[in-house]
Design a binder for this molecule. Sequence first.
Ligand SMILES: *[C@@H]1O[C@H](CO)[C@@H](O)[C@H](O)[C@H]1NC(C)=O
Ligand SMILES: *[C@@H]1O[C@H](CO)[C@@H](O)[C@H](O)[C@H]1NC(C)=O
Length: 295
Amino acid sequence: MLRALLCLHFVVQVLSETSPPPPKDVYVENQLLQWTGATQDTDVNYTVKSCRFHFKTLMNVPECVHTPICSCNISLITKGAEHGCVTLAVQAERHGLNSTLVEACSRQAGSCTPEVRVTARPGSLTVHLKENDSMNLEYGGHVKRRVYFGKEGEPLQKYEDTLTSVSVPELEEGQHYCASVQYTYFNKPVGLASCPQCEVIPESRTSTQKMEVTITVVVVFIMVVLVPLLAFLLIFKSRNIKECLRSPWQPDEFFQTLLQPTSLTELGTVIPSRCTSVEHVDTISSIAPEERQGA
Ligand SMILES: *[C@@H]1O[C@H](CO)[C@@H](O)[C@H](O)[C@H]1NC(C)=O
Ligand SMILES: *[C@@H]1O[C@H](CO)[C@@H](O)[C@H](O)[C@H]1NC(C)=O
């Protein structure tokens, strides 16, 4: 019984042992290969592999085998390679189990990494490449540049082998797109690809123009129609409006009251103050009917 339990424990342990997650963000800068471990597990080590220009197989980089640190000095490897062309990849290991290999990119242009600049315009992204660089001059037409392209966060796909700058059309506005470029020699990738450069596709002119037109129409409507109308109402009609709101009696009755001598004398005392305040007019009109009723 005990033996069976121990056996079961062993089986469970073997089954739960899985390969570690691959390293992330693997790049080269100033002859130093660096990466980020995807786990805090202290049992995990890393091994760097490289492939020189014409060699087909990846070989361990002796200085960086089973290393617990997250960097590797690659100056000796690139120095020994033709035109400095090496491909580099890193894998994580734990208890003899390996993660997948993650290929490194280069954050700088170099003898074997193309110079790239990415710009975005409404609907398209342009990958600018230098026309004549040292690789092209040395190897002529056998060397091309392979453009990889895709949405940010997704794996980049091969887009085109080219000698000149490339524009990718019909892209979604407001989305982030990335491009990376690598040399090819007889259609085989060589050296480190440039690290992905991402840009957001800006809104097109027509949609911003539509917005501007709408705003202009609204402003013009307010200026031409609403402002004069309001001014007219305020200046000429406020008296009428207030009268309408306040006085339930007829205008001709009002004038009859005005013509009565008592009211006129009363009015005369009030008239001088009309110039200073419009409100006094209302005072008169509201006094007048009370007087009439009192009379
Ligand atoms: C890498 O190694 C080379 C020679 O072995 C040395 O000159 C250089 O300073 C090192 N670079 C770094 C970043 O350690
Ligand atoms: C690139 O090289 C070609 C051939 O060597 C030459 O004709 C061309 O003028 C060069 N272009 C530039 C921009 O230097």
